[in-house]
Design a binder for this molecule. Structure first.
Ligand code: PEP
Ligand code: MG
Length: 897
């Protein structure tokens, strides 16, 4: 088996399509080499080795070493240097991980590998640059010591141990902090000695001098880091399978730290925060790549390179064009300039905010780089709601004091209580607080805290720092490199603009402008919301709004499946329709009874022991219901409305406190004991499995009768006013065909009665929810009585898994940590289990009624992966809450492309 793929001098074993085997980085290095870009030679150890490593008790395939030797030989031939050469210029290599999908900050990198006491001298002699050679050696020992030998910060230490050695040395010799590039050759030599002592004292072994031992150690560390905590957390968050593994890339070093004519940088071919078509990124003169991303020295904007290194800058602008044309997407590149010559070290599709992604896609269609279908695919459905996220109220922001300015690294507005450490941020967020994580800089250790926070503020680091990258990807608001913010971890305070804030105090950050405000600021809706829903002209004139509308139009062209909404009020209907909903997929009529004094009539109805009392209470409810339905029909302007008959888990409606019982008793003119008694009688141990859904109306048919009457009388009103209507009456929680049959009889009878009484005609449908397993597996029997099915996947998940939808919080995280639930099954459909029940129901339903209308109205209707599944299942529509409608439309379109 071929485990090692080489590239260099215009030729490569692999290419850009081989990401599964070579990882993203390796595949693209091969691809860049093939299209003639300046890429230093190297080789990739495939992901199959990673899999082998974990399948075989952390050992390697026998043939690997000889294949690596061939790989090194190939590099030696191309570069003209020898690995471990103690006389001439030694071949040094960079060892980096490269999973299929990039995992920023998760995996480890070692640069300058191949240096030892002999080769460092050879390097110094060959380059006639002692300072440079020893700078490389010092960096190498530090990185190798950290990521391979595990010489890292203990919990009781404030500083990284190597950094600590450097800092004390600087103070000892210079009496102050100087930047690393100011260290002399002698300084670096001394630091190398101290670093080696540190390694010896921490690990009990000397630093490995043999380049091959170093190389194998580094590759092993990359494979080992696939299973470190941070990588596992990251994979879980982004649903990356453990089985994919990572590749290892070994690449000839080029040096950005040889002097003023050299440097390193990272750049996006377009601005990944706002989407502008401009080279965006940062670089440092006389530095290696890690200096730029580590956030230790704040780098300069990449535009500044035009002055510092004009020829290389020109070259980079050319490469930018070539890359976009070749990959047809915005690229995120790493590059190094060695003595004026540009080298490309990496390219990948750039992570972007939703706003930038929207603009990239729209612009690239205009530039004819991609077609509209690709543009639709380029907008991740699960990020779309970032575009709908609020911004600060302009008036408030104008009045508020700006206490610091930083870099706009993740757009949006966030206000929250500040926490200076990830663990405390997580705890506060779990308590329901809105949290801002404030750090000097973030590292992968902070990931959990970043996930929990609304926004992230750092005082150091650039727009490609860890904080910025991760925030953008997660859609978090982020301001980074706000140097005016002083973070004191010990005192747990943040000082900025002369004010000091304690942990738990409010700060607000604007990640679009890069501003930090003291205190809490109110937010306002995004232009897309104000443009679409409030018809605000100034919003509609923005590019963002127009690109969004364009995207939704494209979705409409592509999609097979419709999107409806779950809405209980005319306002909700209007919002959803503005977003493109094609009707209502679920109105929960019980929600309408919480309003005003209706709850009293509702309680009266539930508590009634006699039919006559119940009918009396229902009579009070009828006009309210009719009015509600009329309002909804009107707002829908003829679009279909699925109205579900009452499904109240009783406990949500009963007066449970002595005060509320007394109150109700007074209103009804009965003894409070009678109420208390009845509440006691009605108490259920498992209300979710109790007297709810159609069971209630089976016991008390007058409930179904009243609701059907309200629906049809409202429909009749519409007809009289020339308002088109399409009512669809839906029966909940059906598990037996007979249940549905009984309800359908009532509904049809009432419809005929209303038509006759009002002297009008209208069409309507009657159908059922499929939300208990028995309903799904007897769907053929049920379909005889139903004109449509709507999957109630909330209850179907609850009943199929035997997990209470209200009580899963206590074990959800352990189930996810143990890989039992890949995702929360109430948020994202369990396609293997619950999905099978749906498949059965679809098949059996269609066997009886081939054209039965099928939809879904559980929460899953707004989850992109679940929408994809529904598309495959052939459902006619998904239904979700109003603000999820754009997400569902995008996911439905993507599923169809
Ligand atoms: C469902 O169960 O999926 C559903 C839509 O109904 P509810 O959430 O009201 O139980
Ligand atoms: Mg339900």
């Amino acid at each position: 088996i071929k485990y090692v793929y080489t590239w260099g001098a215009g030729k490569a074993d692999g290419d850009g399509t081989m990401k599964a085997l070579l990882g993203g980085k390796g595949a693209n290095l091969a691809e860049m080499t093939r299209i003639g870009l300046p890429v230093p030679s190297g080789f990739t150890i495939t992901t199959e080795v990673c899999t082998y490593y974990y399948d075989n008790g952390r050992t390697y395939p026998k043939v690997l070493r000889s294949q690596m030797e061939e790989g090194i030989a190939n590099m030696e031939k191309i570069m003209g240097y020898k690995f471990g050469d103690a006389k001439g210029f030694p071949l040094l290599v960079a060892v980096r991980s490269g999973a299929r999908d990039s995992m920023p900050g998760m995996m480890d990198t070692v640069l300058n590998l191949g240096l030892n006491d002999k080769t460092v001298a050879a390097l110094a002699k060959a380059t006639d640059n002692e300072r440079f050679a020893w700078d490389c050696y010092r960096r190498f020992i530090q990185m190798y010591g950290d990521v391979v030998l595990g010489v890292q910060k203990n919990p009781d230490e404030d500083h990284e141990p190597f950094e600590h050695v450097i800092e004390s040395y600087k103070h000892e010799i210079y009496g102050k902090d100087i930047i690393d590039s100011e260290l002399t050759a002698e300084d670096n030599k001394e630091l190398v000695t101290r670093f080696k002592d540190l390694v010896k004292s921490r690990t009990g072994h000397g630093f490995p001098e043999d380049p091959w031992e170093q190389l194998e150690g580094a590759a092993g560390a990359v494979f080992g880091s696939w299973m470190n905590d941070r990588a596992i957390v990251y994979r879980r968050k982004y649903g990356i399978p453990t089985a994919w593994g990572t590749a290892v890339n070994v690449q000839a070093m080029v040096f950005g730290n040889t002097g003023a004519n050299s440097g390193s940088g990272v750049a996006f071919t377009r601005n990944p925060a706002n989407g502008e078509n401009e080279l965006y990124g940062e670089f440092l003169v006389n530095a290696q790549g890690e200096d730029v991303v580590a956030g230790v020295r704040t780098p300069d904007p990449v535009a500044g390179m035009e002055e510092a290194l004009p020829a290389a800058f020109k070259e980079l602008m050319k490469v930018r064009k070539i890359l976009e044309k070749h990959f047809r997407d915005v690229q995120d590149v790493e590059f190094t300039i060695q003595d004026g010559q540009l080298y490309m070290l990496q390219t990948r599709n750039g992570k972007r905010t939703a706003a930038a992604g929207l603009k990239f896609a729209a612009d690239m269609v205009k530039e004819r780089l991609i077609n509209w279908q690709t543009a639709v695919m380029r907008n991740p459905a699960d990020q779309l709601d970032q575009l709908l996220a609020p911004v600060f109220d302009v008036n408030e922001a104008a009045k508020a004091t700006v206490i610091a300015k930083g870099l706009p690294a993740g757009p949006g507005a966030a206000s929250g209580r500040i926490y200076l450490n990830a663990d405390r941020a997580v705890i506060a967020a779990e308590k329901g607080e809105r949290v801002l994580l404030v750090r000097v800089e973030t590292s992968p250790e902070d990931l959990r805290g970043m996930i929990a926070a609304e926004g992230i503020l750092t005082s150091r680091g650039g727009v490609s720092s860890h904080a910025a990258l991760v925030a953008r990807q997660m859609g978090k608001v982020c301001v980074c490199g706000a140097s005016g913010v002083e973070v004191d971890y010990e005192k747990k305070t943040v000082t900025a603009g002369g004010e000091t804030f304690n942990e738990g105090d409010f700060l607000s950050i604007d990640g679009t402008a890069g501003t930090v405000f003291g205190g809490e600021l109110a937010t306002e809706p995004s232009e897309i919301i104000t443009g679409l829903i409030f018809n605000k002209k100034s919003s509609q004139n923005t590019e963002k709004y127009q690109n969004f509308v364009q995207l939704m139009e494209w979705c409409g062209k592509a999609t097979r499946m419709g999107v409806r909404t779950n809405a209980d009020t005319p306002d909700q209907v209007k919002t959803a329709v503005a977003f493109g909903a094609e009707g209502i997929g679920l109105t929960r009529t019980e929600h309408m009874f919480f309003e005003g004094d209706r709850i009293d009539a509702m309680r009266e109805m539930i508590l009634a022991t006699e039919e006559a009392d119940r009918k009396k209470a229902l009579k009070k409810l009828l006009p309210h219901q009719r009015k509600d339905f009329f309002g909804i029909f009107k707002a829908l302007e003829g679009k279909p409305a699925t109205i579900r008959l009452l499904d109240p888990p009783l406990h949500e409606f009963l007066p449970n406190t002595p005060e509320s019982q007394k109150d109700l008793a007074d209103k009804l003119g009965v003894e409070v004991e009678a109420i208390a008694h009845r509440v006691h009688d009605l108490h259920e141990f498992n209300p979710m499995l109790g007297h709810r859904g159609c069971r209630l109306a089976i016991s008390y048919p007058e409930i179904a009768e009243m609701q059907a009457r309200a629906i049809f009388e409202a429909a009749a009103q519409c007809v009289k006013k020339d308002i088109p209507v399409q009512p669809e009456v839906m029966v909940p929680l059906v598990g037996y065909a007979r249940e549905l049959e009984l309800q359908v009889e009532i509904i049809h009878r009432v419809a005929e009665e209303v038509k006759a009484a009002k002297g009008v005609e209208f069409d309507y449908l009657v159908g059922t929810m499929i939300e208990v397993p028995r309903g799904a597996i007897t769907a053929d029997e049920i379909a005889k009585h139903a004109q449509f099915f709507s999957f109630g996947t909330n209850d179907l998940t609850q009943t199929a898994l035997g997990v209470s939808r209200d009580d899963m919080g206590s074990f959800l995280s352990s189930y996810q940590e143990n890989d039992i639930y890949p995702k929360n099954p109430f948020a994202s459909l369990d396609t293997t289990g619950v999905g099978q029940l749906m498949e059965i129901a679809v098949e059996k339903g269609r066997s009886v009624k081939p054209d039965i209308k099928l939809g879904i109205c559980g929460e899953h209707g707004g989850d992109p992966d679940s929408v994809t599944f529904c598309h495959k299942l052939g459902l006619a529509y998904v239904s979700c809450s109003p603000y999820r409608v754009p997400v569902a439309r995008l996911a439905a379109a993507q599923a169809a492309i």
